[in-house]
Write a protein that binds this ligand. Structure first.
Ligand code: ATP
Ligand code: ATP
Ligand code: CA
Length: 215
C-alpha cells in the first residue's frame, strides 16, 4: 500500500482522498480549515489542520516519508503554488497539482510539479463528448487528439471478427475490450467476434474514432 498526502479538502481533494482511502491506501489529508479536517477525519488515515505553505509545518508532519502528494488547493493560487514548491523542496518524489488554467499549469511545471491536472476542463470535455453522440457511452482524452471511447457496436460491426473488420487499417483504431452483457473480453484476439449489443472500448485518434462512430 502506498502513502499519499492530499492538500486542500474542497470537493476535488475530498474525492481524491476518500477514493484512495477506500482502496486501503494510507492518506494524510491536510486543510487550513479545521471544519474541512473534521468532516473527513473518520474517512482517512490522518487528517490535520495545517497551512500547507509552511515548510516548517509540513516538515514536522513528516511529509518527506510520503511517495505521492496531490495539491488540490483551488482559488488560493498563491497557496497552491507555494504548497507545490514546499512539497518538492521537502523531497516528495511525485507531486500532482490541480491547475486553474494553462498558464497556471505551466508555472506549476516550472516550480517542479510532476503532473498537472485540469479536472474541470477535462470533465467538461468528457461530458460534452458523451452528450453529442448517442452511441458513445464514455470518453477519456489520453493526449491531445488521442482518446479512449466506449461505444455500442453498430449493425455494420456485428457478426464479424476483428480480423474481418480490420478497424486498425480502416480507422487506425484498436479494440481494447469487448463487453457483452456481464462478460468482458479484454485485449481481444483477431478471431474475437462482435455480437449485437456489445460495447466496444476503443482507442485511437479523434478522426478515426469519429469515423467509427458513424460507421
Ligand atoms: P473544489 O475542489 O471544491 O472545486 P476549489 O477549486 O473551489 O475546490 P478551494 O475551495 O478554493 O478550491 O480550495 C480547496 C481547499 O483548499 C479549501 O478547503 C481550502 O481551505 C484549502 N486551502 C486553501 N489554502 C490552503 C493552505 N494554504 N493550506 C491548506 N489548505 C488550504
Ligand atoms: P494476418 O492476416 O496478417 O496473418 P494475423 O492472423 O496475424 O493477421 P492479426 O494481425 O493479429 O492477425 O489481426 C489481423 C487484423 O485484425 C489486424 O490487422 C487488425 O486489423 C485486426 N485486429 C486484431 N485485433 C484487433 C484489435 N484488438 N483491434 C482492432 N483490430 C484488430
Ligand atoms: Ca472548483
Amino acid at each position: 500500500m502506498r502513502q499519499f498526502i492530499v492538500v486542500g479538502l474542497g470537493r476535488f481533494g475530498t474525492s481524491v482522498a476518500t477514493t484512495l482511502a477506500n482502496k486501503e491506501h494510507d492518506v494524510l489529508a491536510i486543510d487550513i480549515d479545521e471544519e474541512k479536517v473534521q468532516e473527513i477525519s473518520n474517512q482517512v488515515t490522518h487528517a490535520v489542520q495545517a497551512d500547507a505553505t509552511s515548510e516548517e509545518t509540513l516538515q514536522k508532519l513528516g511529509v518527506d516519508e510520503f511517495d505521492i502528494a496531490i495539491v488540490a488547493i483551488g482559488s488560493n493560487i498563491h497557496g497552491n503554488i507555494l504548497a507545490t514548491l514546499v512539497l518538492k523542496e521537502l523531497g516528495v518524489s511525485h507531486v500532482v497539482v490541480k491547475a486553474q488554467d494553462n498558464l497556471h499549469g505551466k508555472l506549476l511545471s516550472k516550480v517542479g510539479a510532476d503532473k498537472v491536472v485540469y479536472p474541470e476542463r477535462d470533465m467538461g470535455a468528457r461530458v460534452a463528448n458523451n452528450l453529442v453522440s448517442a452511441n458513445v457511452l464514455d470518453y477519456i482524452e489520453l493526449a491531445p487528439n488521442y482518446s479512449i471511447a466506449e461505444l455500442i457496436a453498430s449493425d455494420k460491426l456485428t457478426g464479424k471478427s476483428l480480423k474481418e473488420l480490420d478497424l486498425r487499417s480502416k480507422f487506425g483504431v484498436n479494440v481494447l475490450a469487448i463487453k457483452s452483457n456481464d462478460d468482458v473480453n479484454v485485449s481481444p484476439e483477431a478471431e474475437a467476434v462482435i455480437n449485437a449489443n456489445d460495447v466496444l472500448v476503443v482507442m485511437g485518434q479523434e478522426k478515426g474514432l469519429s469515423q467509427l462512430k458513424h460507421y
